[in-house]
Structure formats: C-alpha cells, structure tokens
Design a protein around this ligand. Sequence first.
Ligand code: ZN
Length: 219
Amino acid sequence: MTMGQRHMAGDRSWSSDRRGQEESKPLLERLQEMLGALPGIGPKSAERIAHHLLAASREEVFELADALRAVKEKLKRCSRCCVPTEAETCFTCLDTRRDSGLLCVVEQPRDQAAFERMGAYRGLYHILHGRLSPLEGVGPDKLTIDQLITRVRGGEVREVILATNPTLEGDGTSLYIAGLLGHMNVRITRLARGIPAGSVLEFANSQMLADAMDGRNTF
Ligand code: ZN
C-alpha cells in the first residue's frame, strides 16, 4: 500500500474506528481527526489547521489549549437564563435597563447572539440548550424547560416569545412549552415567519408562502 492509499483508507475509517485506537494513532493524525470532527471543518481544513498549529509558537498553541480547557472548566450556566457564563448570573440578566417582563426563548446561545447582533430587542432570554427530538431521545428533561416554567411562575414575565427554529422539531418544542404555559397569566407569542426580506416571491417555497399569508399584517 502506498502512502497515498493508506491515507485514503485512513480517511474512510475515521469515524468508524475512532474509539480504542485513539492512543495508538500518530499525534498529528489524531489532532487532524479531532479538528475534523468540529462543525464546519472538513478533512482538508483540519489538515491545514493542524499544520498551522505545528508551525506556530509554543506560546500561541498553549494559549489556545488553555482557552479550550478554561471553557470547559470555568463556564457554567447562568442561574436564570442558562446561557454559558463565568458568573453565577450573566451580564444580560443583571442588566437593569432590560425589560424583565419580556422573555425570548431560544434553542441555543448562538440564537441569543443573533438577536443581540440585531440590537432591537431589549428583553431577557431563556436558553433551552436544544429542542425536543423524540427520534434522537431528547425529551423535556434534557432541556431547561423546568427552569423556564419556574421563571415564568415567578410572576415578573408578562410575555414569552417562543423563538425556536422554524423546523418540525423547533415548532414541536414551542408547542409543548406553550401547552405548559397555557394556564399561566402570561402572553405567549412566536416569531413571525414567511418571506425573507430581500427575496422574491417566485422563489419562496409553498410553506414560506403559507406562513406569510397566515401572518399578514394590515397595510
Ligand atoms: Zn442569564
């Protein structure tokens, strides 16, 4: 077997024989495999990053390694909204300029980051850390739904904005939460959906058009 063939054979077996052989693998190959397992990084990028790290200074690489370790060791979930934070309560929850009567429920911290980049929302958040997915064994106990209910029961929240992704599972999660909150004295809303701004009607799929028609506003 030539080196090239061995490399290709190795490529194919990356995911299947990971466990058990990790320790015996050459270090560089192991690093590439771990990098390649990250979202959005294919084998080519993994190889490029691994060689970049190999060429970088010790300080640079150790700083990166320290940052990776610190993320797992020092970050915990905010006691109120469940976003990853170093403190007991995150900056957003402690910000008194925010409207604590508005609660935007999102699946992931990156969804909150997207709303913050938009800049127009001044309420608080609740991070579910996933969505209900019976097929993948993700039930309500795997999410932070209990904490959400406790929060709303506290009485300060007047509107819960369900901002899960507009997917089957995201919608199912919102529906489930709406059911739990239904008997409480709180307004339950969800994000508008339909035609994305800047797009053209003829390219919208039928679900987008149906959503847009359902959510139409007075002109
Ligand atoms: Zn928080």
